[in-house]
Ligand binder design. Structure first.
Ligand code: HEM
Length: 374
């Protein structure tokens, strides 16, 4: 499915995807120059077609989606192009808002962004071997990782938007969709930047097993092992876990949660699953209040949620966020922005914002709809 979805912008697997991971990494290193060459010839993209950055657009080069390879491989001296077009990204954001208004798919889009970036390993320097927000989650091989069960549905929702725009990387689309979903659900404005370059083939996907498990033997140790590998700290682990204020867990996907509860049996969206909060389309601090109280058996508490109030260092933040929504929003916005940048290669290297400075300074206003339930 994803191979099909991505066939217009990606190269076919060159065989490395069937190799064990160690060999796959070695082949990937060897394959990168080959891929660059292949792309140059198969798409007719030659150095001469890449005009200097300033001659095209202050930020964007017309052959978007293809030129990133050329600029990073040094194929076109002087050419420097953004991975996505800032003007188009603003329009993409409007399309995402419309999608949210009709499908109420905020939670799964947040999960999509997190699972693309959460594979990052700070101990690996090379891109894309280090994982992270690079659009690799569009490929079947990664979508089939157990932790990503169900995320093909998020990709299907976004694919028509991807196809509508010429200047949009998957990596930016996933992160823009996630941040917009949090904001539209009533959460904080996230200080995002864009310009993420996409990986170009499934052989560049990370190995399975990079994302956290929900029921490990020692949840606190496990969370620290996984999130520290990403370069995130205790405060960020707790704040980011607060994203479970949105959405549901489905036994047929992750194996966790009830098939349905009084809060999920009528949808919106496909009914069923078990939510962490009563209003699971509203982004607020109720996740922390609810897991602290644990009074309602229709609400989910995973072992990795429960440990936020059991571990002494996590507890300091969990208690604070249960009491003080503003503190949660502030820390969440910072941590989400950091998560969205993990492992990403930006073009231009500093990335760019799509928020007008005046607007970005405006105080946060909750969305008109924060719950799908009337
Ligand atoms: C701390 C470690 C984490 C674990 C163990 C974990 C585990 C899970 C599990 C088991 C599900 C249910 C998936 C399903 O059955 O469809 C889920 C859903 C979800 N997760 Fe996490 N998660 C973690 C962290 C995060 C983070 C950091 C974010 C975002 C910043 C996040 C956002 C979400 C959202 C929004 C959903 C709901 C998806 C939907 O309703 O379709 N999670 N998570």
């Amino acid at each position: 499915m994803a191979e099909l979805l991505s066939s217009t912008t990606s190269l076919p697997c060159i065989g490395a995807c069937f190799l064990p991971s160690a060999s796959r990494k070695a082949v990937t290193r060897l394959a990168l120059p080959l891929l660059a060459n292949r792309r140059s010839s198969s798409h007719g993209l030659v150095a001469a077609s890449l005009r200097p950055f300033s001659a095209v657009h202050p930020r964007f080069c017309q052959s978007a989606g293809r030129r990133s390879l050329s600029s990073s491989s040094g194929g076109a001296a002087g050419a420097r192009c953004a991975a996505s077009d800032p003007a188009q990204l603003k329009s993409v954001r409007e399309d995402i808002r419309e999608l949210l208004r009709t499908k109420f798919c905020h939670p799964i889009l947040v999960r999509l962004g997190w699972h693309d970036s959460g594979t990052y390993d700070k101990n690996i320097d090379e891109w894309p071997q280090r994982g992270g927000a690079n659009g690799s989650l569009r490929y079947d091989i990664e979508l089939k990782h157990a932790a990503n069960a169900g995320l093909v549905n998020a990709l299907k929702l976004l694919q028509p938007i991807k196809e509508k725009y010429t200047g949009l990387s998957y990596a930016d689309l996933f992160q823009l969709a996630s941040a917009t979903s949090v904001e539209e659900a009533g959460g904080p404005k996230i200080p995002m930047k864009y310009g993420r370059v996409d990986v170009t083939g499934p052989e560049q996907c990370p190995e399975e097993g990079k994302l956290p498990a929900a029921g490990p033997p020692s949840p606190a140790e496990h969370l620290r092992e996984v999130f520290y590998r990403m370069g995130l700290n205790d405060k960020e682990i707790v704040a980011l876990s607060g994203a479970h204020t949105l959405g549901r867990s489905r036994p047929e996907r992750s194996g966790w949660g009830k098939p349905e509860t009084k809060y999920t049996k009528d949808g919106p969206g496909a009914p069923g699953g078990q939510s962490w909060t009563v209003q699971w389309l509203k982004f607020d601090n109720s996740y922390f209040k609810d897991i602290k109280e644990r009074k309602d058996e229709d609400l989910l508490v995973l072992p990795t949620d429960a440990v936020l109030f059991d571990d002494p260092a996590f507890k300091v933040y969990a208690e604070k966020y249960a009491e003080d929504q503003d503190a949660f929003f502030k820390d969440y916005a910072e941590a989400h922005a950091k998560l969205s940048n993990l492992g990403a290669k930006f073009d231009p290297p500093e990335g760019f914002s799509i928020d007008d400075e005046a607007k970005a300074a405006e105080p946060f206003k909750a969305a008109k709809y924060s719950s799908g339930k009337a």
